[in-house]
Design a protein around this ligand. Sequence first.
Ligand code: MN
Length: 312
Amino acid sequence: MSNVVERSEPTPCTRGPTDSGVELLSARKATLGEGMTIRRLIPQRSRRMVGAWCFVDHFGPVELPADHPGLRVGPHPHIGLQTVTWLVAGEVLHRDSLGHEQLIRPGAVNLMTAGRGISHSEESPENRGPQLHGIQLWVALPEAHHATEPAFEHVAELPRIDSGGMHITVFMGEGLGLRAPTKSYTPILGAELRFDEPGRQALKLNPDFEHALVLVEGEAEVAGHLLEAGSLAYLAPGRSEVAISTRSSALLMLVGGAPFEEEVILWWNFVARTHEEIEHARKDWEGSDRFGRVDGYVGDPLSAPALAGRLK
Ligand code: MN
């Protein structure tokens, strides 16, 4: 997806570290196209990254009637990051400048490594169902790999564990006793936690990682704190376990990783180290073949916003 939250509701209240070391953050809301709400959980003023995860958007759930155009995100570029698409309901068609055309459904992951530059589009396919609900996440690439060759992976067979009433799927990195086959460049974890029924689980965490839990559906408590829909619980490094209680069926995302020590700039759909790098990428998108061409998308590519002032 493309970064659309340039203007949004003011950053809401955050609740700093509690005595159990949990920090609760509410999302900022924005609208993507007609009738689709996006909740931006990361970045926020008080929490810019979790490990190498630098962007977490929760979109939907939404019912899109048959006469609605559905999701339509025209061709746009990325550099310096990986995009991860994870659906809870519905389907999305991805096309990119490397020639991939891939339909994604719940349970599978799309991982696009932008590296030195790629462009892609995302749209609802023809003959879609009415529902759409998912998460779009970005991972910052470390300096040593920020300009790597662009790549795209679609993985439908992911490692899963069932523990009591909880079903864990790991789609990125390693943790909870599982390792994803997707390519990562820093110590990282991305997982879906699905609870079929009310229950309580103790999750084993890597104490070298910081983590965040995002409530996607249902109701849950994290370390005794009620996590509201569209909010995130941040857990600092040094923690080896967290208790999750659910009052109903529930769905949470767990993201984590070694704290990312490099300073990066996130501007529009780019992750970079310098203003010049962003300026260059912006200019290249507007008038060069650096980002290739996305075939098959009916509609215009997205234009980069103006660069207002020098980025730090
Ligand atoms: Mn995108």
